[in-house]
Design a protein around this ligand. Structure first.
Ligand code: NAD
Ligand code: TYD
Length: 356
């Protein structure tokens, strides 16, 4: 196995921490650099189990800092970039679209340009290099309630400031391949769930609220559909695609696992109540329908056939097992939840919830 030097951006976040853990454990001969600005969503406690490994290092950096990133690439002789750093929450993007454009668009562009300049300065240039950009199915827009799925050919049609910014960054990544020959790959994944997800997203938020007997704010009628994938299966797909994926290709990643929000919420309630020893149905009374998210996409559903057929990826967990593992993890890790929800986040959440 060739020795590689890889920077993983956003490695202190939810998905990034699973990718860092997988790479650090699986590739002891690699140099793995976790680059993260540590925003409200980044937390080094997510990586306690790998922080002392000799092939791991953490660098606190903003992806918008072009000079610092160029220096880091030179210093660490980076030959692979797995780019996950982003502002990732749709509701925040509705309140503050500028931060999303800055990090998701300008930050990605800054990484692309630094990588281009550094790699072009080497004798072998782009040979053996990879710029792998992690994106979302939300760039494809919204599906009707029928059997249609997003494929790699579905035209982009983003609606939220979050998905508009991610779509823009995806286009920049592809433009760097088409214009300069940069060896890029883009993947678009469905909604992830599992340990270490910041509890502003549906699943961890609701588990935590049930435990604390707080209302469960369901947007609209709860009829929107999302396609859920266990985060470790996404991390395994990223590993496979980074090593075996074809340059300039796009791969959709998803588990063919669609759930209407309200049905998913009932599964979460049932699981939490069972584990906490509450009578069945005890927490259903916490469901609170509130005004809908503006521009709320009706349905996301991913067709990941290409990834299955070309690279042989399969999700390893059934949804029921994944939900059971996730609920148990959040109930067993109240200290982690308390740490990440203390202070600023708690005020932000209370304000947002009051406003609706
Ligand atoms: P997250 O919000 O949990 O983590 C984002 C990380 O990026 C944090 O550690 C944060 O500190 C860091 N970050 C933010 N701005 C930064 C900046 N300017 N410079 C450096 N670091 C910065 O997000 P996530 O859910 O783990 O998502 C990771 C990536 O995967 C994102 O690009 C997201 O668009 C994509 N994605 C997420 C999902 C999902 O369901 N969560 C699905 C598909 C794709
Ligand atoms: P979320 O986890 O924010 O992911 P995304 O918006 O990127 O899909 O939301 C998942 C679904 O749950 C989405 O349809 C919005 C809905 N939702 C609620 O009904 N209430 C909530 O408090 C949150 C956070 C989300």
């Amino acid at each position: 196995m060739a020795k590689r030097s890889i920077v993983i951006t956003g490695g202190a976040g939810f998905i990034g921490s699973h990718v860092v853990r997988l790479f650090v454990n699986k590739y002891p001969e690699y140099n793995i650099v976790n680059l993260d600005k540590l925003t409200y969503a980044g937390n080094l406690a997510n990586l306690k189990d790998v922080e002392s490994k000799p092939n791991y290092k953490f660098v606190k950096m903003d992806i918008c800092d072009f000079e610092a990133f160029y220096d880091l690439m030179q210093r660490e002789k980076i030959d692979g970039i797995i780019h996950l750093a982003a502002e990732s929450h749709v509701d925040r993007s509705i309140k503050d679209p500028f931060t999303f454009a800055k990090t998701n668009v300008m930050g990605t562009l800054s990484l692309l340009q630094a990588a281009k300049l550094y790699w072009e300065s080497l004798p072998e240039k782009f040979e053996g290099k990879r710029f792998y950009h992690i994106s979302t199915d939300e760039v494809y827009g919204s599906l009707e309630f029928n059997d249609e799925l997003f494929t790699e050919q579905t035209p982009y049609n983003p609606h939220s400031p979050y998905s508009a910014a991610k779509a823009s960054s995806d286009h920049f990544v592809r433009a760097y391949h088409d214009t300069y020959g940069m060896p890029t790959i883009v993947t678009n994944c469905s909604n992830n769930y599992g340990p270490y997800q910041f509890p502003e997203k549906l699943i961890p938020l609701f588990i935590n609220n049930i435990r604390h007997r707080k209302p469960l704010p369901v947007y609209g009628k709860g009829e929107n559909v999302r396609d859920w994938l266990y985060v470790e299966d996404h991390a395994r797909a990223i590993d496979l695609i980074f090593h075996k994926g074809k340059v300039a290709e796009t791969y959709n990643i998803g588990g063919f696992n669609e759930w209407k929000n309200i049905d998913l919420i009932k599964v979460i309630i049932k699981t939490v109540d069972r584990i906490l020893g509450n009578p069945e149905g005890h927490s259903l009374e916490l469901i609170t329908f509130i005004s809908d998210r503006p521009g709320h996409d009706a349905r996301y559903a991913i067709d990941s056939t290409k990834l299955h057929k070309e690279l042989g990826w399969e999700p390893s967990l059934q949804f029921e097992e994944g939900i059971e593992k996730s609920v148990r993890w959040y109930l067993d890790n109240q200290e982690w939840l308390d740490n990440v929800t203390s202070g600023d986040y708690q005020r932000y959440y209370d304000d947002m919830y009051k406003a609706r």
